[in-house]
Write a protein that binds this ligand. Structure first.
Ligand code: GDP
Ligand code: K
Ligand code: MG
Length: 292
């Protein structure tokens, strides 16, 4: 059976209605799983699971970036090419002035399909809606424009077919049920891997995998251990750096983002391990979640 899976990034200004939209999108399907979504303010991953597809929706930058990296590695991406979400939803409050030219410029250049969601139309007139649609048509010329009210779930159903229409054939990224902190672990490992992508050059990022080996949730702190897996001793030395200087950077940057993501203090411990040629070995690829 064919199966679609991919990442949807919701972007937009604060208070545009991103979280409300996400809730509306995932709430429409009953089989969603959010890792403790209600417990913290910034935990914003929604996964819509159906037998024939899995949509991973996020509106936190710290979450979006790892998703990019994930896709990158899965596609063995061509160096230097733009790496993007499968679908980008730009949410804008119909009353707000959207003149973030840098964002618009990036959206113009991205290869990913973009839909503009003009939100809160319950607060506006039909003429305003028409004029905003014309504005976005001209400014960005996106793949689609939807006039919606996330709060009242008006026109939300139209967004789903757009997303599905642009989702690639892919096996699910997550188990299709019982997602709890597996999700958190996954994103934590992706955050660490993102730092590796940023801090090292040449083949290093592509030779690296990150495994979370411990994830202890205490009242005020999470104690996380992770292994950075590389293929050769020489790569291990590069990862560690002179006197441990480089791995320290990875740890510091990753910890900051993980704390932001989990909304909790984190103690992060990193180890570097060599598994010769792990990328060529089926059992490791499987263990690391690359099954195709
Ligand atoms: P975010 O910061 O982009 O995630 O925005 P939120 O989803 O937190 O929404 C910000 C505020 O806008 C909240 O008070 C929402 O209830 C409100 N809001 C969101 N969508 C709509 C809508 O369609 N209509 C109206 N009137 N308010 C909305
Ligand atoms: K908000
Ligand atoms: Mg929000």
């Amino acid at each position: 059976m064919s199966h679609k899976a991919g990442f949807v990034s919701i972007i937009g200004k604060p208070n545009a209605g991103k979280s409300t939209l996400m809730n509306a999108l995932v709430g429409e399907k009953m089989s969603i799983v959010t890792p403790k979504a209600q417990t913290t303010r910034h935990r914003i991953i929604g996964i819509v699971n159906e037998p024939e597809y899995q949509i991973v929706i996020s509106d936190t930058p710290g979450v979006i970036k790892p998703a990019y990296t994930l896709q990158a590695s899965m596609m063995n991406f061509v160096e230097g090419s733009l790496i993007d979400a499968d679908v980008i939803l730009l949410v804008t409050d119909i009353q707000e002035k959207y003149d973030e030219s840098d964002v618009i410029e990036k959206l113009r250049k991205t290869d990913s399909p973009v839909a503009v969601l003009i939100n809160k139309i319950d607060k506006s007139t039909e003429a305003e809606v028409k004029s905003k649609i014309a504005y976005w048509e001209e400014t960005l010329h996106p793949q689609a424009i939807f006039a919606i009210s996330a709060l009242h779930e008006h026109n939300i159903a139209a967004v789903m077919p757009f997303i599905l229409g642009h989702l690639p054939e892919h096996p699910p990224y997550y188990e299709k049920d019982a997602l709890t902190d597996k999700n958190e672990r996954f994103f934590v490992s992706e955050i660490i891997r993102e730092k590796v992508f940023k801090l090292y050059e040449k083949e290093i990022p592509y030779s690296t995998e990150v495994i979370i080996t411990a994830f202890k949730e205490e009242a005020h702190i999470n104690r996380i251990s992770a292994e950075i897996i590389v293929e050769r001793d020489s790569q291990k030395n590069i990862i560690i750096g002179k006197g441990g200087s480089m791995i320290k950077k990875v740890g510091t940057y990753a910890r900051e983002d993980i704390e932001e993501f989990l909304q909790k203090k984190v103690f992060l411990e990193l180890f570097v391990k060599v598994i010769p040629d792990w990328r060529k070995k089926d059992n490791y690829l499987k263990r690391f979640g690359y099954e195709h």
